[in-house]
Design a protein around this ligand. Structure first.
Ligand code: GLN
Length: 552
């Protein structure tokens, strides 16, 4: 238990979505951690789904999986990447889950015949969730999803209004994120949307202590003074949250605006100055990299890169580790007929996925990577399809497939294991969360990790069918990672290929900018090597070759 009382920071958003509230919360967490405070997070989502696990990635972006197997909002990914907070089920709560718990209690008779109402029953459940998530931290950042003014946000806003009275005014800080828009015809920055959204907050009894203004340019002192005056906050509580090139610049931008100082003041916390050297180093590394490594991502949700958030970040982190900028190019697997379009890439990644759409395109891409010695990383579905591709084209098992894609395949390389077939519910019935895995000594994966005992997070229903293990092994596939009992295949690789590794788990969830995930680092390094070799072959680009020295 922390010796100090927990402090609560509530982050709301106004006017529109996609203001980067999640990143703002993560960045504030990073700044407070840099002041030696223990931080944690809670994302409150106003929708009625019990968790985001069953939501369409087109609508909702990535489903982020925690160690304890919760399928959560992608903002939890930002929080974990930016800080040392270890998050789980208690750190993401949807209105659906809150109502679910209230209704279960009602059915059990816990309310003793009372009328069950939004206030106090739903609001109490929300307050309990906040207390539970924050209990061991110095500071908890509670981000309210959605936009102030939405009907469905109301119970959450009411709950945090009450929370301030319960926890004490000096222990709560309200931060409101809203856009300050540049109106090009008038040539002016417009503060009205901010004013209106603060007014909206006031109608539910909330007043922000700090306003984070999302904008594409710095706010002058005069604009800040105007916002302060009309929104009833201190002038130094109006913060410019300017667009930046990389999300990893946000903590530094906020620090320059003294945001963390202001928060410490509002919460009456004594802390030392923040130590931001690691963020500065990261920023400098990024600024000084000239080398670009091109990775092709062969997926289904190519128009919405939010669906591959953690993967994208893990690739960038891999780039940080070898002083290179990773450029991700998305290919729609449904349209991938001739895999030759991939020949200029330095590496190919086939990500997670569900269902049969676009599968053959992914298999073509995997085959192309395997036959042309292009570094390949397969994640989850990507690993399953790599097994199918190998079975079909190397082990001679024609028509090999996953039963998810082709229930009548003659060779069910990937299938539901006995006991799994009966499951009917879709929500939270996959293999979820962290599982241990043992790596084969001397394999590329063991070499990358520098150890043979690892633990990684999963989110899938189907598994490699153990009946085919010997057959594929004899044909040259190495099962380099398995569950400790040896039953489940967790990592495969091709020893004869420069880098062909695929995992049943999702390594991307554990990658951090300061601690790039070993598999992504190894993959990007291998891609860099191929790039140098190709450049040397063409006899051009001495620059690329010398840049390569840094990467290897
Ligand atoms: N659809 C596959 C399964 O459920 C893979 C899931 C994934 O890629 N996350 O097993």
């Amino acid at each position: 238990m922390s010796p100090r009382p927990t402090k609560y920071i509530f982050v709301t958003g106004g006017v529109m979505s996609s203001l980067g509230k999640g990143l703002a919360s993560a960045s504030i967490g990073a700044l407070l951690e840099a002041r030696s405070l223990g931080v944690t997070f809670l994302k409150l989502d106003p929708y009625l789904n019990v968790d985001p696990g069953t939501m369409n990635p087109f609508q909702h972006g990535e489903v982020y999986v925690t160690e304890d197997g919760a399928e959560t909002d992608l903002d939890l990914g930002h929080y974990e990447r930016f800080t040392n907070a270890r998050l789980g089920k208690v750190n993401n709560m949807t209105a659906g889950r809150i109502y679910d718990s209230v209704l279960s209690k009602e059915r059990r008779g816990d309310y003793l015949g009372g009328t069950v109402q939004v206030i106090p029953h739903v609001t109490d459940a929300i307050k309990e969730a906040i207390l539970a998530a924050g209990q061991d931290a110095d500071v908890i950042l509670v981000e309210i999803g959605g936009t102030v003014g939405d009907i469905e946000s109301l119970p959450f806003l009411e709950a945090i209004r009450q929370f301030r009275a319960d926890a004490g005014r000096e222990n709560c800080c309200f931060i409101h994120v809203a856009p300050v828009l540049y109106q090009s015809t008038a040539g002016e920055l417009k503060t009205k949307p901010v004013q209106h959204s603060v007014k909206e907050l006031q109608t539910v009894g909330l007043a922000p202590d700090i306003i984070l203004c999302r904008t594409d340019r710095f706010l002058s002192k005069a604009i800040k003074a105007k916002i302060a005056l009309f929104c009833n906050v201190d002038e130094d509580a109006v913060i410019t949250a300017k667009d930046v090139d990389s999300i990893y610049e946000v903590p530094l931008t906020f620090a320059k605006e003294n945001l963390d100082e202001k928060i410490a003041q509002v919460l009456n916390m004594w802390t030392g100055r923040p130590d931001l050297r690691h963020w500065e180093r990261l920023h400098n590394t990024r600024r000084n990299t000239e080398r670009v490594i091109r990775i092709g991502m062969i997926g289904k949700y190519v128009d919405l890169t939010e669906s591959y958030k953690s993967l994208n970040e893990a690739l960038y982190h891999g780039g940080f580790a070898c002083a290179a900028d990773v450029q991700i190019e998305y290919f729609d697997s449904e349209k991938l007929i001739d895999a030759k379009v991939l020949s200029e890439l330095d590496g190919i990644l086939v990500p997670h996925g569900f269902g049969s759409r676009g599968v053959e395109g992914k298999i073509r891409a995997i085959r192309f990577a395997r036959e042309n010695e292009i570094p390949f990383l397969g994640i989850c579905f990507g690993m399953q399809l790599a097994c199918c591709e190998f079975a079909r084209h190397v082990a001679g098992l024609e028509g090999a497939n996953s039963t998810e894609v082709d229930p009548d395949t003659p060779h069910p390389i990937i299938a539901l294991l006995p006991g799994q077939e009966e499951i009917e519910d879709k929500g939270a019935t996959m293999r979820l969360g962290a599982y241990p895995c043992v790596l084969q000594p001397g394999s590329k994966s063991a070499e990358a990790y520098g150890t043979t005992e690892i633990s990684e997070r999963h989110r899938h229903r189907y598994e490699f069918n153990p009946e085919y293990r010997d057959r594929l092994q004899r044909a040259g596939l190495l099962f380099s990672g398995s569950s400790p009992d040896g039953r489940l295949a967790e990592v495969i690789e091709l020893p004869s290929h420069p880098f062909f590794v695929a995992s049943q788990f999702h390594p991307e969830f554990k990658s951090k900018p300061f601690d790039p995930h070993p598999l992504f680092e190894a993959f990007v390094r291998a891609a860099g090597k191929r790039q140098s070799a190709q450049a040397a072959k063409r006899g051009t680009a001495s620059g690329a070759a010398s840049g390569a020295a840094a990467a290897e």
